[in-house]
Design a protein around this ligand. Structure first.
Ligand code: AMP
Length: 219
């Protein structure tokens, strides 16, 4: 399956992609994770990306598409993948079409107020990108309990330090939301016209969402 997980920053798509991917035996391809790895490595690409990421802005298409193409053309992505955070512009979607077709776009829908709370609570492993959350969100029937590592501040998967992302502060989160509505949301219309979109309301933590997502994909 060739899938795109779509939704505003903080909607949970990265967490879901990291859990659904292994169940379907396909890789998660996250351009955000790739940029963060470049920043951590101190590469030229990382320095360039960081200058946009710190303000919540999109890294220019030319740079993002080049990096993405190198990744998608690797052997492990031949039979399927989950794209997480790509495409984010119509130009990126058009470039993607020149490489491969997409089977399904899952659009995660979630209240904006919850997103901000969730994004502020997000923690990530510095090394492998595994996502945790310290927020305990309750709104009516919706309950999203914290998602904590077994040992405080230490990743369950690789043992590295778990930290808050530099761009997970209130001002940048709001900027990222605005950029999403201006530049990325129009993409949904583009994919809807191609009949590729299924909408999914975020109704709970990953343990509840993952089976719903898998059922949606297999339908
Ligand atoms: P994410 O982890 O998907 O929230 O991405 C974090 C940041 O990386 C974004 O705010 C952008 O600055 C950059 N980024 C990730 N994916 C893309 C993309 N497809 N196009 C442009 N910038 C991106």
């Amino acid at each position: 399956m060739k899938l795109v997980f779509f939704g505003p920053p903080g909607s949970g798509k990265g967490t879901y992609a990291s859990r659904v991917g292994p169940k379907l035996d396909i890789p998660q391809i996250s351009t955000g994770d790739m940029f963060r790895a470049e920043v951590a490595a101190g590469s030229e690409l990382g320095k360039l990306a960081e200058s946009y990421m710190k303000d919540g802005k999109l890294v220019p298409d030319e740079v993002t598409i080049k990096m993405f193409k190198e990744r998608i053309n690797r052997e492990d992505a031949k039979n399927g993948f989950i794209l997480d955070g790509f495409p984010r512009t119509i130009e990126q979607a058009k470039q993607l079409e020149t490489i491969t077709e997409i089977d399904l776009v899952i659009n995660f829908k979630i209240d904006e107020e919850i997103i901000v709370e969730k994004a502020l609570g997000r923690r990530v492993c510095k090394n492998c990108g595994q996502i945790y959350n310290v927020a305990d969100i309750k709104r009516g029937d919706l309950h999203m309990p914290p998602l904590l590592p077994k040992e405080e501040g230490k990743c369950d998967k690789c043992g590295s330090e778990v930290v808050q992302r530099q761009d997970d502060n209130e001002a940048t989160i709001k900027d990222r939301q605005n950029i999403y509505w201006q530049q990325s949301e129009p993409l949904l219309k583009y994919y809807r016209e191609k009949n590729l979109v299924k909408d999914l309301d975020v109704v709970g933590p990953p343990d509840i969402m993952v089976p719903i997502i898998i059922e949606t994909i297999k339908k």
